[in-house]
Write a protein that binds this ligand. Structure first.
Ligand code: ATP
Length: 598
């Protein structure tokens, strides 16, 4: 639970987000819609900047990744193949009194005295045998439990109920009761998070479709097409940014858990380790913690996984999230999805994160980086009946040069892995073994289903992390030099919604305004610029501090040459964080500012 201080901080962040136009509640004029959010003028720029940064870092600055933009609604079989239809669910519980729904794993454990009732009857003899119980804090009179119980039986048609079979016992760390009113919750049951719709004019089971709950599956489904047109060879990646939808049981923590959100996902396809070993005579594994350096052809899945964890951490640091605000959480074996070999979650220490026993924020997930083996492509190969194998010239050439022992060892290892996968899909042991052998034969000729490393990040969670990280209250001098409190959003210039604000010192001096408009037009093609002439200059600075604008340019009488020719055509450049002011020539502004933004 967030303590009162962090709760207060979140309230300030939520209120600033609305007041300054970062984030609004969706459909607010109709009372809002739980789990849906809109981004206002500043939020829209912030989000675009961070998506752009991710996209460029993945595609423009790399030779080995290409992009994809797939449709949101796809063939429903995709979700059968991925497992979402059968297993993409959370356990939910309902309050037996108010019907309020909770995610079972989010119910806080509670202590107290539980009062149990076996049923109730009304004076006419009408009876309910439904058992019910209520948890009340120690020391609280039993009457409050009885009142809740009477309410429960009244809802079941028993008027003026006389409670039956009351007994009580102390309870510790129980998650069976509604933390808000102590009422018993239903038993946990699965709830599929996919949002359904119908395609076409007939609402029938045949036309059922889903709004995608993740963008990744489209990448797998289009893997062969992309491979064909992009002239890439494994190892290579496909990146995608797009909307995803999950009917979350309990959207909460502002935008952190929403029902509509955006993801930035990369599927990076690699050779199976057996192929790497056959080609390079060995498989490079991580030698030490940290970034392993430039990718090498002999890398196995472990080092590729570590590489992507480190790359992603570098990305977050590059847009202003300090390393100590992030947590690298390695999922424990019992937390891993059955097909995953390793998953690292990158957590950000949100103000609402839980705290550990030392009082440190533990962090909440921004991104998961999973080594998913060849599970996804194999699933689509089975469900669509289309081959997802690639042909690897180097493997074909290397295989005959291996010793017979090495060939047998690698073949055996690969056959075992494939048999294991096929057995899990429900094939009989004999068939799984025979198919596994066939696939191992194909490997010896250069064919395999690629493995994948998947860094999967949420845009909205990242935007929220950046807003939380940027929020700062400090003191700055007003127009008369007196210190006053200010709220300043310390966004990294790279992702700041507005890069620079341009101010004429006075709005009633036409020459100052004219020059300021010229500077505004000069900078516009290069960056987002905000022009502001309203109010005292100190107040205008404050407004930009709250918007997180890193630079301010003021056009004053020196600019006009009124203090001599030396300062003519120069402006004051104010730095939001250092609060320094330097004189800069107008003609140097575009290049100087652009350099600070790249
Ligand atoms: P969580 O455990 O928090 O529900 P997840 O492990 O189910 O998340 P993934 O399926 O790995 O999440 O999705 C990848 C990323 O998508 C997450 O790291 C997160 O940034 C984002 N994401 C997932 N669900 C939501 C949501 N309901 N609202 C906002 N972002 C989300």
């Amino acid at each position: 639970m967030a303590d009162s201080k962090t709760g207060e901080l979140m309230e300030k962040i939520v209120s600033l987000s609305k007041r300054r136009g970062f984030i609004f509640q969706s459909s607010e004029i109709y009372g809002g819609l739980n789990g849906f959010w809109d981004y206002g003028p500043l939020g829209a720029e912030l989000k675009r900047n961070l998506k752009e940064r991710w996209w460029k870092s993945m595609t423009q600055f790399r030779d080995d990744i290409v992009g994809l933009e797939a449709s949101i609604i796809m063939h429903p079989r995709i979700w059968e193949a991925s497992g979402h239809t059968s297993t993409f669910s959370d356990l939910m519980v309902d309050c037996l009194l108010t019907k309020k729904r909770f995610r079972a794993d989010q119910v806080e454990p509670q202590n107290g005295i539980a009062y149990f009732f076996t049923g109730a009857a009304d004076p006419q003899g009408k009876e309910s045998k439904d058992a019910f119980s209520v948890l009340v804090p120690r020391g609280k009179p039993p009457e409050s439990a009885r009142k809740a119980a009477r309410q429960f039986y009244e809802q079941r048609g028993i008027q003026n109920p006389v409670l039956q079979g009351e007994r009580s016992e102390p309870v510790e760390n129980s998650t069976r009761y509604n933390p808000e009113n102590g009422s018993l919750l239903t038993e946990p049951r699965p709830f599929n998070l996919m949002l359904k719709t119908y395609v076409g004019p007939v609402e029938s089971a045949d036309n059922l479709a889903y709004l995608r709950p993740e963008t990744a599956q489209a990448i797998f489904a289009q893997f062969k097409n992309v491979l064909e047109v992009s002239r890439q060879k494994v190892p290579f990646g496909i990146a995608q940014i797009g909307k995803a939808f999950r009917n979350e049981i309990n959207p909460r923590n502002f935008t952190f858990r929403s029902r509509e959100f955006e993801q930035m996902e990369l599927e990076f396809f690699i050779r199976p380790d057996e192929a790497v070993e056959a080609i390079y005579g060995g498989v490079a594994k991580p030698a030490a913690p940290g970034h392993p350096g430039e990718p090498q052809p002999n890398w196995g899945w472990r080092i590729w996984h570590q590489y992507w964890v480190e790359e992603r951490l570098r990305f977050y640091e590059s847009i202003g999230l300090p390393r100590n605000s992030l947590v690298e959480y390695w999922q424990k074996p019992d937390e891993l999805a059955h097909y995953a070999r390793a998953t690292v979650d990158i957590l950000y220490k949100f103000p609402f994160s839980k705290r550990d026993e030392k009082g440190e924020l533990m962090g909440e997930e921004l991104e998961g980086i999973a080594a998913r083996s060849d599970f996804d492509l194999s699933q689509h190969q089975r469900f669509a009946g289309k081959s997802m194998t690639v042909f690897d010239e180097d493997l074909k050439a290397a295989w005959p040069k291996l010793s017979p022992e090495k060939q047998a060892e690698l073949r055996q290892c690969y056959a075992e892995a494939r048999t294991k996968y096929l057995s899990k899909t429900g094939e009989s042991p004999d068939k799984a073994k025979a198919l596994g052998q066939q696939e191992a034969d194909a490997l010896t000729k250069g064919y395999y289903v690629p493995h994948v490393i998947e860094p999967s990040a949420g845009v909205d969670r990242l935007a929220l992390a950046l807003i939380c990280n940027a929020y700062c209250e400090d003191q700055a001098p007003d127009d008369k030099g007196k210190l006053e409190s200010r709220v300043v959003m310390r966004f990294h210039p790279r992702i700041a919604p507005t890069k620079v604000a341009v101010f004429p010192l006075l709005k009633n001096k036409p020459e100052l305004v004219r020059r300021a408009r010229e500077v505004y037009e000069l900078l516009r093609p290069h960056m987002t610029v905000f022009y502001d002439e309203a109010g005292a200059i100190g107040r205008r600075y404050r407004r930009q501090d709250e918007a997180g604008t890193p630079f301010g340019v003021t056009i004053d009488f020196e600019t006009l040459g009124e203090q001599g020719p030396d300062l003519k055509d120069t402006v004051t450049l104010r730095d939001r964080d250092a609060m320094t002011q330097e004189r800069v020539s107008i003609k140097d502004l575009p290049s100087m500012l652009s350099a600070k933004l790249c």
